[in-house]
Structure formats: structure tokens, C-alpha cells
Write a protein that binds this ligand. Structure first.
Ligand code: HEC
Ligand code: HEC
Length: 296
């Protein structure tokens, strides 16, 4: 927090506490003008209701006074008084890191007996599958779907088919270190017609009907601009995460509009890295669960 905002927050805290404390004291000393019958003299409902004068109950006074002590004590110990960090040096990040570390240690300990098994064995182990499923649902389902079928609006691939952007053997690396496939935008180079032609050619590679003249015009453009990553036969390149364009599996959709949008605007799907958050042992459980869902 900058010096100005810190000072401003301190000012507001002191002002608020000051005003409340003043009201507290003032309300003890205030003398309300009292009539001989012991009321304020205010009368409602044709004399049925009268406002009497009472002292504040003792429990209320003590309770309110103790709240000042608690409030000031809290501000002395914990962050809250502008930039002052509190005598205990407590921060929410430290607390979160401690809790996460403790939690991870607990999980690691419970997974310890599974450490010697490979993914194939784990995918038949109850404990591994239960924790793998839970970890998957907590961390991955938001993007890849609860059944791991993928999400075309995010470009998150299906994880339970036999089609891998980065190759099946790279599964652990993909999860631990993350991925970011980068497909450049081609509209500036190709123009609208050029994009339509290449999109038609690309769709023809997987057997989708497209206007023959566009397909013919798109082929040389594909050969010039796209083979470096997607290959001369269009089967992609797992080293770059460039998808196979000749099958029925599509990251962003197989219709003309999606394919031409991929080509015109480019794509750049981001898969976060999980090594720091989950660690290798937990990722192995997820991989085992995925393995158990997929085709054997
Ligand atoms: C923020 C969304 C997001 C989250 C959360 C996420 N992923 Fe991904 N994941 C992606 C995207 C997008 C890709 C495609 C990356 C690319 O295009 O290069 C991907 C790619 C992958 C791949 C590579 C697939 C292949 O075909 O090679 C694997 C494996 C994977 N994710 C597993 C996981 C697991 C396991 C988790 C949970 C621990 C997870 N992902 C969480 C978005 C996400
Ligand atoms: C620098 C390498 C590179 C080049 C060059 C390249 N691409 Fe791509 N392309 C990729 C990558 C990587 C992806 C996946 C993007 C992602 O993971 O979000 C992709 C995705 C696509 C997709 C979406 C596929 C799907 O499954 O939804 C299409 C369509 C496509 N490219 C067509 C082309 C065409 C046509 C050209 C030539 C005009 C081309 N690409 C040139 C790397 C490349």
C-alpha cells in the first residue's frame, strides 16, 4: 500500500473509532429532560404510549466497552491499520501457503504406499482412482469438462480419447509443466478470400465437402504457409502441439466458421503448469484416473 493510501486508511480508522468512542461516552453522560412522572413527556396513540427514560443496561455498556478493547487489540496484532503489518506479522498469503503445504504433506503421506506403482498399475488401484478423480474435478474439470471430454470454446482438448496434441508419452510433462500451443493469425497475410480457400482445403483433408475451386486454390497456400507446423500431409506435429487436421478430432470445432476463425485470427491455447501446485505424486493420480477413463 502506498504511503498516501496507508495514511488515508489510518485516518479513517482513527476517525471512526474516535467518533464511536465519543458517542459511547456521550451516551453515558447525556441528561434527558425528564417530566415528574418519569417519562420524557413524549406521548403517542392518544396517550397510550409514553416514552420513558432508562439508563443503558450495564451489560450493554460493558459489552460495548470490551468491543473497543477487542478492536484496538486486533489492529495492534493483525494487519488492518493502513500499512502497519501488525505485531504478529500475520499475512493471508503465509497462512494460505502453510495450509497448502500441510495439506499437500497429508496427501503425499497417504499416497506414499502407491509411490512404487506405475500409471498402468495405479489405474487399477481404488485409492489412486479416488484421489485422482477428486484432484481432476477440483483442478482440471473447469477447462477440460467433468468427464474430460474437452471444451472447444477454450481449446481444451478431450483427455480421454486416443488423440494427443503432444503425444501420449508426454502426458505427465504436459500436466506438470503446462503447454501453450501457438498458431499465428493468417488474415493479414491471406486476406478474407485466402482464408476461405485455405479453410476449404483444410476441411477437405478430413473428408468434409468444400467448394472444389476453393480447395484447389487453398492447396498451394497451405503448402507454402502451413506445412512447417502441420506437416505436408496435415497430420500435425506433437513437438509443437500442432494438431492433426485430417481426423475428426478438433480443438476448436470442425465447422467452416470455426476453422476459418482459427486460421484468420490464430489460436493460443494455454494449459497451466501444475508442478508447483500439485506436485508429481498427485499428478500421477490424475494421469491414472484419466488412463482408467480412456480407451485401453
Ligand atoms: C485454464 C484451463 C485449463 C486447466 C485448468 C487445465 N487445462 Fe489442460 N489444457 C488446457 C488447454 C487450453 C490445453 C491445450 C494446450 C495447447 O493448445 O497447447 C490443455 C492441454 C492439456 C493436455 C495435453 C493434451 C494433449 O492432447 O496432448 C493435458 C494432458 C492436460 N491439458 C491435462 C490437464 C490436467 C490433468 C489438468 C488439471 C490438473 C488440466 N489440464 C487443467 C486448458 C486447461
Ligand atoms: C508456427 C506453427 C504453425 C503454423 C505455421 C500454422 N499452424 Fe495451425 N496451429 C498450430 C498450433 C500450435 C495449433 C494449436 C493451437 C492451440 O493449441 O491453441 C494450430 C491450430 C490450427 C487449427 C485449429 C485446429 C483445431 O483442432 O481446432 C487450424 C484449423 C490450423 N491450425 C490451420 C492452420 C493453417 C491453415 C495454417 C497455414 C495458413 C497453419 N495452421 C499454420 C501451429 C501452426
Amino acid at each position: 500500500m502506498s504511503g498516501f493510501w496507508s495514511g488515508w486508511v489510518m485516518f479513517l480508522v482513527v476517525l471512526n473509532l474516535g467518533i464511536t468512542f465519543f458517542l459511547f461516552l456521550w451516551s453515558q453522560r447525556l441528561q434527558i429532560p425528564t417530566q415528574p412522572d418519569g417519562t420524557t413527556g413524549h406521548v403517542w396513540a392518544h396517550g397510550v404510549l409514553r416514552e420513558s427514560v432508562r439508563k443503558l443496561p450495564l451489560w450493554w455498556v460493558l459489552f460495548s466497552a470490551s468491543m473497543f478493547v477487542v478492536g484496538i487489540g486486533y489492529l495492534a496484532l493483525y494487519p488492518g491499520f493502513g500499512g502497519y503489518r501488525g505485531a504478529l506479522g500475520w499475512t493471508s498469503i503465509d497462512q494460505w501457503q502453510r495450509d497448502t503445504a500441510a495439506n499437500n504433506a497429508k496427501i503425499e503421506a497417504s499416497l506414499q504406499p502407491l509411490g512404487s506403482m506405475d500409471i498402468g498399475q495405479l489405474s487399477k488401484n481404488r485409492t489412486a482412482l479416488t484421489s485422482g478423480e477428486r484432484l481432476y474435478l477440483d483442478n482440471c474439470a473447469a477447462c477440460h469438462g467433468t468427464a474430460a471430454g474437452g471444451n472447444q470454446s477454450l481449446g481444451a482438448p478431450n483427455l480421454v480419447d486416443d488423440d494427443w496434441l503432444y503425444g501420449h508419452d508426454s502426458l505427465m510433462t504436459s500436466i506438470l509443466d503446462g503447454r501453450n500451443g501457438v498458431m499465428p493469425a493468417w488474415a493479414p497475410t491471406l486476406g478474407r478470400d485466402g482464408v476461405n480457400e485455405v479453410a476449404s482445403y483444410v476441411l477437405s483433408l478430413s473428408g468434409v465437402n468444400a467448394p472444389a475451386d476453393w480447395v484447389a486454390a487453398g492447396k498451394p497456400r497451405y503448402e507454402m504457409l502451413c506445412v512447417a507446423c502441420h506437416g505436408a500431409d496435415g497430420r500435425g506435429n506433437p513437438a509443437l502441439g500442432a494438431p492433426n487436421l485430417t481426423d475428426s478430432v478438433w480443438l476448436y470445432g470442425r465447422d467452416f466458421a470455426s476453422v476459418s476463425a482459427s486460421i484468420a485470427e490464430g489460436r493460443s491455447g494455454v494449459m497451466p503448469a501444475w508442478r508447483g501446485r500439485l506436485g508429481e505424486e498427485q499428478v500421477r493420480m490424475i494421469a491414472a484416473w484419466l488412463h482408467a477413463q480412456g480407451p485401453t
